[in-house]
Design a protein around this ligand. Sequence first.
Ligand code: RAM
Length: 354
Amino acid sequence: MRSRPTTKRALLVPLVLLAVSSVLAACSSTGGSSSSGGSSSAGSLKTGLKVFVIPKNLGNPYFTLADSVKTSGALAALKKLGETGSETSGTAATPASQIPAIQAAITKGANALIVSATDASALCPTLKAAMQKGITVVTYDSDAPACRDLFINQASTPAIGTSEVDLLAKQLHDAGDIGIVSAAASATNQNAWIKYMKQELTKFPKMHLVSTVYGNDDPTTATQVTQGLLQQHPTIKGIISPTTVGVLAAAQVLDTPKYRGKVALTGLGTPGSLKKYVEDGTIKSFELWNPANLGYLAAYAAVNVASKKITNAQGQSFSAGKLGKYTVGAGHSVLLGPPLVFTKSNINNFNWGF
Ligand code: RAM
């Protein structure tokens, strides 16, 4: 476990949004502490709160975007609100690496935790212990439904799953064997998206998912499992990688003479890291939401709950600074909004991610 200051990265550019879906159903997760409904109560937000932002792992560019001051992520929002924010986690996207960071944050007197869960069941005892001490627990990106107050969801879970399949189907003309290169096998977010991918695949009887492999949000592992997938299943015509680390590794593997032009790729990636592969044709289209906005929204939500300005009940609303007003939806969750689709025609409008 280690903590680190925010890294310096490019500022976000204004976004030209191309929504992949208008489906805005909130995540269907359940749990969290319940309370009566209603709209936000009066009163101001507390300042000086100790808020720990705990991504799946440090060193993952996605979370650097989501969390940093320089990108206007979670720590920027906390600074603006007058809180003491810090980012901490392990270096590997595993519960063994992440849990000590959560425990240390509790020991340091955290008022709120903002967590992307590497493994909901493994994290729950620690997160529940935090809640019992009166610490606000907000998950973002990857949920732990039974042990948090609120989940800040990046985009509609069904829409992500279905649109990933639709993007690949378009490239494959609806036919061919495909594989998935996921993050950790325990990751709530990837598993939820894959569930909807499988559901969507039933609409494409000539597309067959032959295998799902796990790169654990580690570049070396993701590269190895992508290579293994292609070697074991030479019939594969397309890959979906719903992880920023996995899709970059897969792009690097596919951008070689053996596979170039023969295996299609889509996934969830950052435009900065994938621009080269869109320009050279390795990837025709992929998608993502704005990670910095996700972190920013999670920070406002956590401070609102920790200040008791809102509860986690459906219908409660709060202001998320520059992002405007948000309302708690079903399953004690808040939805950021629809994802962006990146193609050759718009990729140059975006410079975030690396
Ligand atoms: C990776 C992480 C994260 C996910 C993104 C798309 O960086 O697994 O949880 O949301 O990819």
